[in-house]
Design a protein around this ligand. Structure first.
Ligand SMILES: Nc1ncnc2c1ncn2[C@@H]1O[C@H](COP(=O)(O)OP(=O)(O)OP(=O)(O)O)[C@@H](O)[C@H]1O
Ligand SMILES: [Mg+2]
Length: 235
């Protein structure tokens, strides 16, 4: 693993402030604790897949913040950007995306060269260069082997994925030994959207860990949407 810690500098998207409010921090601590209890109750292993009914509902944001909050417990945490169509985690943490998950699944790179250390206890495997066939790569035996190997190395793994509406990627992953966290966006996601997503997840054999309503209570200029980058303050 690349042990050179990457200094976090926010990219020019999705991070509105580096000084998250206490309410924001508290929300993620509560989510972390509920999620980790569901993991134990559902015995769905240590891999948490984050998806949503439609695009833009906050998967990447919630996945990054939840992973940071979990790393605060001093557990070794890995984020895998499994959205090879619209990869974003490398932008959140400002690291290159020249190699990553797609490189590993195509067998053109070694795991240790693709995983970056972001903070103490927090690591990121970016999506890597866009492959022509993301769904096939995610359905391959290689990913099963990779998840097994990484699942033994890290205490928790968070998988950022595509939304459920158009492509099969997240449903393919949902059928693997992972727990699924469904993200909805307050004021955007419809009940029908959630219900259809839940049906598709159920047919795929998903183990549902919970539903997050992202953005509820957001006020203009509020700091709820930001990255938990004030790492030392949120233990
Ligand atoms: N709680 C929130 N409050 C305000 N804006 C938010 C919130 N969550 C996400 N956003 C905004 O919505 C946009 C989409 O968020 P994000 O990239 O996390 O969603 P996504 O589901 O990963 O999108 P995609 O489907 O493209 O991967 C971001 O650019 C961000 O500006
Ligand atoms: Mg995303």
């Amino acid at each position: 693993m690349d042990t050179k810690a990457v200094k976090h500098k926010p990219g020019n998207r999705r991070i509105s402030t580096l000084n998250p409010s206490l309410l924001f921090i508290e929300s993620y601590k509560i989510l972390r604790s509920n999620l980790l209890s569901s993991l134990v109750a559902e015995t769905s292993g240590n891999i948490i897949m984050v998806t949503s009914p439609n695009a833009g509902e906050g998967k990447t944001t919630v996945c990054a913040n939840l992973a940071i909050a979990t790393a605060q417990t001093r557990s070794e945490v890995l984020i895998i950007d499994a959205d090879m169509r619209r990869p974003a985690q490398h932008k959140v943490f400002n690291i290159p995306n020249d190699k990553g998950l797609s490189s590993l699944l195509r067998g053109v790179a070694k795991t240790n060269n693709c995983i970056r250390k972001i903070y103490p206890c927090l690591h990121l495997l970016p999506a890597g260069p866009a492959p022509p066939n993301p769904s096939e790569l995610l359905a391959s035996d290689q990913i099963d082997r990779l998840l097994t190997q990484l699942g033994e190395t890290f205490k928790y793994i968070f998988l950022d994925t595509t939304s459920i509406d158009n492509v099969a990627d997240s449903l393919v992953l949902a059928g693997k030994p992972v727990g699924t966290l469904l993200i909805s966006r307050y004021g955007k996601t419809t009940y029908d959207g959630i219900s259809t997503a839940l049906e598709k997840l159920e047919h795929s054999g998903a183990k549902l860990l919970g539903l997050v309503v992202n953005g509820k209570g957001r006020r203009k200029n509020n700091t709820r949407y930001s990255l938990l980058s004030d790492y030392e303050k949120i233990k």
